[in-house]
Ligand binder design. Structure first.
Ligand SMILES: Cc1ncc(COP(=O)(O)O)c(C=O)c1O
Length: 443
């Protein structure tokens, strides 16, 4: 019998090496999702699970949107793939123009990738090449931030501030330093929206720059709101200070908006929500409502123009992916922008934000809860860790919620909630009730 005709056991979970998952623990007691529609996932045995996390912070318009599905189907039947190097296809230009029309500040150019990680590494390379193009090749340093998550490429894990990346892989990019994170529960616990305290932490950038010599620094990269390490909202005035210090020293400011982009905070981008404009922005996730993988880097015209020099037959930016601007992703992306626009979903998120804030903060006093923070349609609910067993309590809460019919996300002992922007008020109530019940059940 050939390998291809061997019977496949659908219950055999062994072949797959799962990403960011405790494989052995998971495979002993799997949690499977096999269908999704609107605000809900369904398990293979047809149990409904309310999506409290928009998948992985990405299905902002809700699941199974018909117009997006149809756009992908139509494009797959029209042209499956076209090379993007020295060739083009109309949808990639159309989608870039649609994105350009919604970019804040001086952002003007669109470079397509396939994920947030690729967007981050692309942005770092643009920063290096930009400075070289301007005759400042000595600018090779990057400043990230503790508790920053910028995906899993070597650039991203280097500027990110997550200890397991150093423990497991050792090797990092050289010439990287980190700002302190802004999480300060002693002063800011239970802040609603932006915390009052901590703007002065941005001043640490000046001392890091003084140490390394600012003229050697290419870019500072931060998530405007740190998502994956536990919903850390920037203190009032903090991002403004970072912007001012970067401008003063000719350093590019990169906002990693892979989570905050496409409406999560009630505006298209966090840059608008905070009225602080970066020089480069990385996005992914909500750009296609996660229906086809895609990411992008947005750059100012000044950055783009710095590359557009030399003989016209030279490739100005020696970078790109086979699937940059993939036709199916562009079709999904254009249909996604239509849904966001036609349903006013970003404004909807802004309108719902006060209700979301009140409902989430009403969890104060629930067993195990030590802090609650929120902005737009994001909330972080921090739990007291079990003595000597960090992360296990939140994991048990995740399992309990899933069994009860709610999908949450956890990082360490922090529960993160970020529902699709189509969420209804009774569903927000339901999320809070289900989480509260789980917290009361879990030891
Ligand atoms: C801020 C940020 N940057 C980058 C990434 C990496 O994106 P991806 O998993 O698509 O590579 C993520 C993923 O959650 C993210 O939150």
């Amino acid at each position: 019998m050939s390998a291809a005709s061997l019977p496949v056991d659908p219950n055999n979970l062994e072949a797959l090496w799962m990403p960011f998952t405790a494989n052995r623990q998971f495979k002993r007691k799997p949690r499977l999702l096999s269908r999704a529609e609107g605000m809900y996932y369904y398990t293979p045995d047809n149990r409904q699970v309310l999506d409290g996390t928009a998948g992985l912070w990405c299905v902002n318009a809700g699941h199974g949107r018909k117009s997006i599905v149809e756009a992908i189907q139509k494009q797959a039947a029209t042209m499956d793939f076209a090379p993007g190097f020295q060739m083009g296809h109309p949808l990639s230009f159309e989608f870039a123009a649609r994105l350009q029309a919604m970019l804040p500040g001086d952002l003007n150019q669109v470079f397509f990738t396939n994920s947030g990680s690729e967007s981050v590494d692309t942005a770092l390379k643009i920063a290096l090449a930009y400075h070289r193009a301007r005759g400042e090749a000595q600018r090779v340093r990057f400043i990230g931030r503790e508790r920053g998550y910028h995906g899993v490429g070597f650039g991203g894990i280097s500027v990110g501030g997550i200890a397991p990346n150093r423990k497991q892989f050792g090797l990092q990019l050289p010439y990287v330093d980190h700002l302190p994170h802004t999480h300060d529960p002693a002063r800011n616990a239970y802040s609603k929206g932006q915390p009052e305290h901590g703007a002065e932490l941005a001043d640490r950038l000046e001392s890091i720059l003084a140490l390394h010599d600012p003229s050697t620094v290419a870019a500072v990269i931060v998530e405007p709101v740190a998502g994956s390490t536990g919903v850390l909202i920037p203190p009032k005035g903090y991002l403004e200070k970072l912007r001012a210090i970067c401008s003063k020293h000719g350093i590019l400011l990169i906002f990693d908006e892979v989570i905050t982009g496409f409406g999560r905070l009630g505006t298209a981008f966090a840059a608008e929500r905070f009225a602080v404009m970066p020089d480069l922005m990385t996005v992914a996730k909500g750009i296609t409502n996660a229906a086809v993988p895609m990411g992008a880097v947005f750059a100012t015209k000044a950055i783009y123009d710095a590359f557009m020099n030399g003989p016209e037959n030279t490739i100005e930016f020696f970078h790109g992916y086979t699937y940059s601007g993939h036709p199916l992703a562009c079709a999904a992306g254009i249909a996604t922008l239509d849904v966001y626009r036609d349903e006013g979903l970003f404004a909807r998120a802004a309108d719902l934000a006060p209700y979301w804030e009140a409902t989430m903060h009403a969890l104060k006093g629930t067993r195990h809860v030590v802090d609650i923070r929120n902005l737009g349609l994001v909330a972080g609910i921090e739990l007291e860790p079990r003595a000597g067993a960090p992360g296990t309590r939140a994991y048990d809460v995740l399992v309990d919620c899933f069994e009860a019919g709610l999908l949450i996300r956890t990082t360490g002992d922090i529960v993160a909630l970020s529902p699709p922007l189509i969420v209804q008020k009774p569903q927000i109530d339901q999320m809070a009730e289900m989480l509260s019940a789980a917290l009361r059940r879990v030891a």
